[in-house]
Design a binder for this molecule. Structure first.
Ligand SMILES: O=C(O)CCC(=O)C(=O)O
Ligand SMILES: [Fe+2]
Length: 520
C-alpha cells in the first residue's frame, strides 16, 4: 500500500514528523506514492553515495543524507516525499535485516537468491522457529527484491554496532519492555480526548454502537483552540488514506469490458437505474467481485444486490451530518473522502471475514452474514500526554462488535495481547491496517477465534489519531453447525448482537463480555 506523501497541512505549527500528518493536494498523482523496486534501488544508490561522502556516522545516517535522498527521489519520480519517508523506509530495511539475518543464522534456513526469499529445508523447522520468533512469521514467503542492498546498507551496522538496529532492537520496536505489563490503566487516567463517530454507514441503518463522546450531536467536543487543527489533520489524513487504500485494493484490477459489466448488472434484480450505474462503476474497478457476480446463480444475484449496494452507496447521510457538524458551510472534499474511506474499509472487512469463513469451510454463510452487517466509522483522537501523565490511553479490552478494521497515524499506542499473554506494540507501516476480532467473532466461531485483547498506551509526545470501522451483526449471531461436535460442544446461545451492545453501552472497557452474556 502507499506511503504518505509529504507536504504540510498544519501550517505554521512545528510538529515532529509532520509530513505524515497532512498533504495538500496539488496534482492528482503527485501526492501519493508507494515504494516500488525502482525507487528502492535508487534510494540504495543515493545512500551509498552519501556514505562515501561521510554522511553516515556512529548514530546512523545524518539528516543531510535523508534530505538529499528525499530531494533526488522527489525530482526523479515526480513525487512528494520527505526526509521522514526516507527515514521510515530505512527503518523498515533495518527491521527486515534484523529479522531475516537472525533466521538465516539458524541451521535449516538459507537465502534463495533467485527467488529473493528465505528458503526453508523443512516446514516443521520453520514452525518451530516462529513459535519463539513471532516477528518472523510474515517472512516465510516474503520476497525481498533488494536484499543485497539491505545487507550492504544495514548489515554493516549490525556487525559493527554502528547505528545498529539488530534483530533484538527490531523486536523491541514491536515488543514492549516488561514494565509495560505492570502498568495499571486506571479509569481516572484515561485520556481519550475525543472519539468522533460516523455512525451506521451501512445501507440500512440501525443504531446499535456504543459511543464515547459522539461528535455528531455535541458542540463542545474539541477545545475551541484546537478544533481547527484536529479536524484539518483528520480531514487530510482521511483523504490520503482513502485514496491510498483504494489504489492498493484496485492495484491489480484487470480491464473489464464495460458492456459485459453492464449486461451482468442488469441481471441483478432490485437495482434502480442509478444503482445500476454506480454498480457498473464499482465493478469495473473490482474485477474479482465482477467474476463472483457472474458465477452466481440467478436467485443468489438478489443477495449480491445488497452486498454490492453497501459498496456503491457513495453519499451516506451520516457522513453528511458529520461533515456539517465540523464545517457548517460544507466540505465536499472531506465528505467524499470519508465516504470513500468507509467504503474501502468495508471492502477490507468483507474480504477478511470472507477469507476466515472460507478457511473454516463455511463460506456458504458469508453472504448472509455480510448482508446483516452494519458498519460504523469512528475517528479517535488521543491528546498528547502531559508531562506528568504516564499511563493514558484505553485499558485492556475486547471489542464487543464482530470485527474492527483499525488504522492509525504514525504515533504508536495500540498494544495487542498475544496467546502467551505478552503485550505487543502494533507498529504499522503508514498504510497498514489491523483487523481485530471482537466478541461477536468469538461467539460465532464457538471459541475457535478468540476475541483479541488490546489496549492503548500513549508513550509518545504527540497526539495520536486512529480510525476504526466497526462491524456489527444486526441479527442473531449463531454458531454454525459445522463448529459443533463432540470435541467442541456448543458454547453459546444465539446472540442478539444489538441487544448485547445496548446492554453494554455504559460499561467501560470490558473483556470477553459476550462470554458472560450468552455462554451456555
Ligand atoms: O485507537 C486505537 O488504536 C484502538 C481503539 C480501540 O481499541 C477501541 O476503540 O475499542
Ligand atoms: Fe478496541
Amino acid at each position: 500500500m502507499n506511503g504518505f506523501g509529504g507536504k504540510e497541512a498544519c501550517k505554521g505549527k512545528s510538529r515532529k514528523r509532520k509530513d505524515k500528518q497532512g498533504v495538500e493536494p496539488e496534482g492528482e498523482d503527485k501526492n501519493y506514492f508507494r515504494w516500488n523496486i525502482a525507487m528502492e534501488r535508487e534510494l540504495a544508490d543515493i545512500l551509498r553515495e552519501e556514505r562515501s561522502l561521510g554522511h553516515k556516522g556512529d548514530g546512523g545516517w545524518k539528516a543531510v543524507a535523508y534530505n538529499t535522498a528525499a530531494n533526488i527521489l522527489a525530482a526523479q519520480f515526480n513525487l512528494q516525499i520527505s526526509a521522514d519517508n526516507i527515514r521510515n523506509r530505512v527503518k523498515s530495511w533495518k527491521k527486515f535485516y534484523g529479522v531475516v539475518s537472525d533466521i538465516l543464522s539458524q541451521s535449516g534456513f538459507s537465502w534463495d537468491s533467485t527467488k529473493k526469499m528465505i528458503s526453508v529445508d523443512e516446514d516443521h523447522v520453520w514452525e518451530e522457529y516462529v513459535k519463539s520468533h513471532d516477528d518472523a512469521r510474515g517472512f516465510r514467503f516474503k520476497v525481498i527484491e533488494n536484499w543485497d542492498d539491505i545487507v550492504d546498507l544495514c548489515g554493516k551496522d549490525r556487525a559493527t554496532g554502528e547505528g545498529a538496529e539488530t534483530g533484538a532492537d527490531a523486536t523491541e520496536v514491536m515488543t514492549p519492555t516488561n514494565e509495560v505489563d505492570h502498568v495499571d490503566l486506571d479509569g481516572d487516567t484515561q485520556d481519550l480526548e475525543d472519539i468522533h463517530v460516523i455512525d451506521d454507514i451501512s445501507p440500512t441503518s440501525t443504531n446499535g454502537q456504543k459511543r464515547r463522546n459522539c461528535a455528531s450531536n455535541s458542540s463542545d467536543i474539541l477545545p475551541t483552540k484546537k478544533r481547527g487543527d484536529v479536524k484539518d489533520v483528520i480531514a487530510d489524513s482521511i483523504a490520503r488514506m482513502a485514496l491510498s487504500f483504494e489504489e492498493f485494493i484496485h492495484a491489480d484490477t484487470k480491464n473489464l469490458d464495460p458492456a459485459e459489466v453492464y449486461a451482468e448488472v442488469q441481471a441483478v434484480p432490485g437495482l434502480s437505474e442509478n444503482e445500476q450505474l454506480k454498480a457498473c462503476a464499482w465493478l469495473i474497478e473490482n474485477d474479482k467481485q465482477f467474476h463472483m457476480l457472474k458465477a452466481l446463480p440467478i436467485e443468489k444475484k438478489k443477495k449480491f444486490h445488497v452486498i454490492c449496494n453497501s459498496f456503491i452507496q457513495t453519499e451516506h447521510k451520516e457522513t453528511q451530518e458529520f461533515t456539517h457538524h465540523f464545517w457548517p458551510d460544507g466540505n465536499d472534499q472531506f465528505r467524499e473522502s470519508a465516504d470513500l474511506y468507509a467504503r474501502v474499509m468495508a471492502e477490507i472487512d468483507h474480504a477478511v471475514t470472507r477469507m476466515v469463513f472460507e478457511n473454516y469451510g463455511v463460506e456458504k454463510y458469508h453472504d448472509d452474514h455480510f448482508q446483516s452487517t452494519s458498519h460504523t466509522l469512528r475517528f479517535l483522537t488521543y491528546k498528547e500526554p502531559k508531562k506528568f501523565e504516564v499511563d493514558v490511553g484505553l485499558r485492556s479490552h475486547t471489542d464487543k462488535n464482530f470485527s474492527t478494521v483499525l488504522h492509525q497515524n504514525h504515533v504508536n499506542g495500540l498494544e495487542i495481547n498475544t496467546k502467551n499473554d505478552e503485550w505487543v506494540v502494533f507498529d504499522p507501516l503508514p498504510s497498514s491496517v489491523i483487523f481485530i476480532a471482537g466478541d461477536g467473532f468469538q461467539v460465532w466461531s464457538n471459541d475457535r477465534i478468540r476475541a483479541c485483547r488490546h489496549r492503548v498506551i500513549l508513550r509518545e509526545n504527540e497526539a495520536r489519531y486512529s480510525s476504526e470501522l466497526l462491524s456489527v451483526n444486526k441479527g442473531m449471531i449463531q454458531v454454525p453447525d459445522e463448529f459443533v461436535d463432540k470435541e467442541h460442544p456448543l458454547r453459546y446461545k444465539p446472540l442478539n448482537h444489538l441487544e448485547f451492545l445496548r446492554a453494554h453501552k455504559d460499561v467501560g472497557e470490558t473483556e470477553y463480555a459476550a462470554q458472560a452474556y450468552c455462554a451456555i
